[in-house]
Design a binder for this molecule. Structure first.
Ligand code: SF4
Length: 421
């Protein structure tokens, strides 16, 4: 941002529900990458690599892509000795803390710690021998590393499943059993997740867990599947809990490129006002009978052009100048169409009018100008007559289309007639 600029609003609204108070766990140690989870730390985004961990270069490439997409912590499977060896080479070159995902073989947890990972995830459903659990916890304690107790409804300890069924109580009981083992060696550097693929079960399990313990909670709907259904299910579960103040770190588990998981997590936190917007937020009107342009195409072109700039602006693409600048007045920058022209507005004020074919180019140029000079300067340098021209077109469109271009009144009248029949 240039000097003397007006603010580019990073967060338009914030959650009003206070976050539940939790202990804080620190993943990583300076001078390496470090992320605090819980307490007053921002809610963090996690994802997991899909490469073979033994493929060091391929895994690092994915870790860098995840970090660029907004991922704060990355988990890698440590399912074999070669994976642990890979971790030893990956961790020193990673831009974010690395968590080793451990199932069944506690010795691989010990190997991963030796490799230098910044934390572990243990599944209490498949590492069940107390001696093994305590050996891992003791080693983590000695090294100052946190462990996530990663309970999964699909792989519960059989005797817990038998006693409680697949219920929120079972998921919480599994976490508590693991905590008891950890307590025997005095280890409590812990995060907990109680994931399920059933969204309602997952929500209730986390609610119960949050009433039971004050450890930081890692939220996720496990095996949510491919987008768009996977995105919807994950968002339904994670957002519901975050809106209640529950959750300290999140992961979208999608059957997709993990970069999509990171983007989704980041976008959700930004949408809820839990993290500052760090990239483009493109909003667009849904189009209607007043639209003077193909909104879907212009929005798509604008998204493609602006995404490359990686700028923290909210940009609006609106189908008409009748309502566009007003409806999107909170946007930093926007364009509205009218009579073959694009009306460029900044914080609701029309600053330039350009030919329709140049709408996207004008958006990009003005976005750059805002980043260089600031919003106030761009408004101050508005073209003389631009606002008056926009107003004239607005009046002309209302006059020619009438105030009811979408035929709302006709439809309402017809509905009333039907109701009266
Ligand atoms: S009134 Fe204009 S800005 Fe609003 S939806 Fe219709 S075309 Fe888009």
């Amino acid at each position: 941002m240039g000097r003397g600029s007006g603010p580019v609003t990073p967060i338009l609204a914030v959650m009003t529900t206070p976050r539940r108070e939790t202990r804080q766990v620190v993943v990583g140690r300076p001078p390496g990458p470090t992320v605090s989870v819980g307490g007053d730390a921002p809610v963090s985004v996690q994802s997991m690599t899909t490469t073979k961990t033994a493929d060091v270069e391929g895994t690092l490439a994915q870790i860098y892509a995840l970090a660029a997409a907004g991922c704060d912590i990355v988990r890698c499977t440590c399912n074999e000795e070669e994976a642990a060896e890979g971790l030893a080479q990956i961790v020193p070159r990673s831009p974010v803390p690395i968590i080793a995902d451990i199932h069944f073989q506690y010795r691989l947890a010990l190997a991963a710690m030796e490799a230098g990972v910044q934390g572990l995830r243990l599944n209490p459903g498949n590492i069940r021998k107390p001696a093994h659990i305590k050996a891992v916890a003791q080693e983590a304690k000695d090294r100052g590393l946190p462990i996530r107790i990663g309970v999964n409804a699909g792989s519960l300890d059989p005797d817990i499943a038998q006693q409680y069924g697949i219920t929120p109580e079972a998921l919480v009981a599994s976490a508590q059993r693991e905590l008891a083992h950890f307590a025997e060696v005095g280890f409590d550097d812990v995060k907990i997740s109680v994931k399920a693929s059933n969204v309602a079960l997952m929500i209730d399990a986390y609610r119960l867990l949050s009433e039971t313990v004050d450890y930081p909670l890692h939220l996720g709907v496990t095996e949510a599947g491919p987008p768009p259904a996977g995105l919807v299910k994950s968002t339904a579960g994670i957002a519901t809990l975050l809106a209640e103040g529950i959750g300290d770190t999140i992961r979208f588990s999608l059957t997709a490129d993990p970069v999509e998981e990171a983007r989704a997590g980041r976008t959700l936190l930004e949408a809820l006002g839990l993290r500052e917007r760090r990239g483009l937020d493109l909003i667009a009107c849904p189009s209607c009978g007043r639209a003077e342009v193909d909104v879907i195409k212009v929005a798509g072109d604008a998204m493609a052009a602006l995404s490359e700039l990686n700028i923290p602006l909210q940009v609006a693409v609106m189908g008409c100048v009748v309502n566009g600048p007003g409806e999107a007045r909170e946007a930093d920058l926007g364009i509205a169409a009218g009579r073959g022209r694009g009306h460029l507005f900044v914080k609701g004020q029309v600053v330039r009018v350009v030919p329709e074919a140049e709408m996207v180019d004008a958006l990009v140029a003005t976005a750059k100008q805002i980043m260089d000079e600031g919003i106030d300067a761009v408004i101050a340098s508005a073209d003389a007559g631009a606002a008056a021209e926009a107003e004239a077109v607005r009046v002309e469109l209302i006059t020619s289309q009438g105030v009811d271009a979408n035929h709302d009144a006709e439809k309402i009248e017809r509905i009333r007639e039907l109701a009266a029949e």
